[in-house]
Design a binder for this molecule. Structure first.
Ligand SMILES: [Zn+2]
Length: 74
């Protein structure tokens, strides 16, 4: 193998790996953002705190005062 080709492989391999890592990281972030949007939203009837909980939760306990609240639907 010519020295230039050897150097090119030495440079391109880590760059390719880094590019792949950044691409996979971007997909991971998009999945987290998409999941975050589907979180259930609650407003406490006692203290008025607005908070989120896991998607699909019908009722959730207020983290501030402990009252159980129903999910807000739009
Ligand atoms: Zn509360």
């Amino acid at each position: 193998m010519a020295p230039e080709a050897y150097i090119a492989v030495l440079v391109a391999t880590p760059l390719g790996g880094l590019g792949l890592f950044l691409l996979l990281d971007e997909f991971r972030l998009r999945r987290i953002r998409a999941a975050g949007r589907s979180d259930s939203l609650f407003r406490c009837k006692d203290c008025g705190l607005v908070y989120t909980d896991d998607p699909g939760m019908e009722r959730s306990r207020c983290p501030q005062c402990g009252k159980t609240n129903d999910v807000i639907t739009f």
